[in-house]
Design a binder for this molecule. Structure first.
Ligand SMILES: Nc1ncnc2c1ncn2[C@@H]1O[C@H](COP(=O)(O)OP(=O)(O)OP(=O)(O)O)[C@@H](O)[C@H]1O
Ligand SMILES: [Mg+2]
Length: 403
């Protein structure tokens, strides 16, 4: 079905220009142009197949940003894109904060318009699949989402950083994503994502064997950048409630509802993190290029093997903060570990990460090498479409958005 677009603007010139451009796009259709914010909301509420709303920032009586906030609340699966006179970081961040999926200038190129509409529609359809889902098993037409579990060989090796970045990248590429904090004692995802939320995985334990969409939705936090987040309990004594069985049941339901489930297992093995490593399609150990850490990774792999969680050749290892200047290079590390490393290594990006975290902008790490590594890692772990794969366009579009 072609992409269904609603335009909200009282500006005749803008409306004519957008309609003329969209008429040139093969799979996009304008279902309506509305000139007042109330009428836009009316269509958004009643049109079941609507994918994208283009909202003129100068719309009245409710201004564009406010209208977008209301759309996000009433119909969270409809992708709103703000059309602004000026597109800069400030406008973009305010629009994203209101719940927009992007910002377009008033005279976008045809290519730009196409890519923005396509990626917004892909996101909207992904959300609709998730929200419209009724019964646990049938959520994605019986398909299984991909679980990637990341565990630190030691503390501070970058497991949470990678989990958060992979979740953001997969969401930006239009996939439905759930990020789970299974680092139950010391999980710190809220700090990285600059979020506050009271509910956690511990609230699901008592109902884990009959989990419904509504119960999940109640416990999850929906991050503005796309991922849904299931937190570790704020009171660490509740961590013990999350048993092996509960973790397995919860992850099973999440897998049936999301295309991608990223689990941060932390560096201390608990029943819940072991169970995550067991269920994962890929279990990844993060290491830094130093001997104590590599030995710790070897011990963790040995533990998983003895517990029959995973065989050694079913475990992946990713090296973070890797640079050519380090004494320990990936080939040597692989020999010490007795396991191959992932092709992707993650370069050091101390300043850029620090800046991104301090500015509550974890999705905008200003380090090209680090960003390239995240894309490559996402592709290697199967949470992002590969450039030659069927979803390649989605990835390029996501990158073009500069998210
Ligand atoms: N590639 C990198 N380059 C530089 N610094 C990094 C890199 N990856 C992570 N860091 C920094 O290292 C610190 C620890 O990272 P992170 O919290 O992701 O590790 P962790 O394995 O989750 O730690 P913990 O054991 O506390 O859960 C953070 O300050 C983070 O910004
Ligand atoms: Mg961590």
């Amino acid at each position: 079905m072609s992409i269904q677009v609603l335009i909200g603007t009282a500006d005749q010139e803008l409306s004519t220009q957008l309609r003329t451009q969209i008429a040139e796009l093969a799979d996009v259709e304008v279902i309506e142009v509305e000139t007042a914010s109330g009428d836009v909301l009316g269509i958004v509420s009643s049109h079941q197949e609507l994918d994208v709303v283009l909202v003129d920032e100068q719309l009245a009586p409710q201004p564009g940003q406010e209208l977008i906030r209301e759309i996000a609340m009433r119909r969270p699966h409809v992708a709103a894109v703000l059309v602004a006179r000026r597109v800069d970081e400030d406008v973009l961040s305010r629009a994203l904060e209101a719940g927009a999926r992007g910002v377009l200038g008033r005279s976008p190129s045809l290519e730009e318009l196409n890519s923005r509409l396509t990626s917004a529609a892909e996101w909207s359809r992904g959300m609709r699949r998730w929200l419209g889902a009724g019964q646990a098993a049938g959520e994605m037409g019986g398909r299984r989402g991909r679980i990637v579990a990341l565990a630190g060989a030691k503390g501070g090796t970058g497991a949470t950083t990678l989990a958060v970045q992979l979740a953001l990248a997969a969401a930006a590429a239009g996939r439905t994503v759930c990020l789970v904090d299974m680092d139950l004692q010391t999980g710190d995802i809220p700090t990285y994502l600059d979020m506050v939320h009271r509910r956690s995985i511990a609230d699901l334990v008592g109902v884990a064997d009959e989990l419904t969409g509504a119960m999940l939705a109640d416990a999850l936090f929906v991050h503005e950048a796309g991922p849904h987040v299931l937190l570790a309990p704020a009171e660490s004594e509740r961590a013990e409630d999350v048993t092996l069985l509960a973790a397995r049941q919860i992850l099973g339901v999440l897998r049936s509802r999301y295309e991608v489930v990223i689990v941060d297992c932390g560096a201390f093995m608990t029943e819940a993190s072991v169970s995550s490593a067991e269920m994962a399609d890929q279990a990844v150990i993060t290491v830094t290029p130093d001997l104590p850490c590599l030995r710790a990774a070897k011990r963790l792999a040995g533990l998983w093997e003895r517990l029959r969680v995973r065989k050694r050749d079913e475990i992946s290892v990713v090296m973070t903060r890797q640079s050519r200047k380090n004494e320990i290079q990936p080939d040597f590390a692989a020999r010490i570990l007795g396991m191959p490393l992932l092709r992707t290594t993650v370069p050091p990006a101390f300043r850029a990460l620090e800046k991104a975290i301090n500015n509550s902008a974890i999705g905008r790490v200003e380090d090209d090498g680090f960003r390239r590594a995240m894309t490559q890692l996402g592709e290697e772990l199967g949470v992002l479409p590969t450039p030659t794969g069927p979803g390649a366009g989605g990835l390029r579009r996501a990158k073009a958005e500069g998210t």
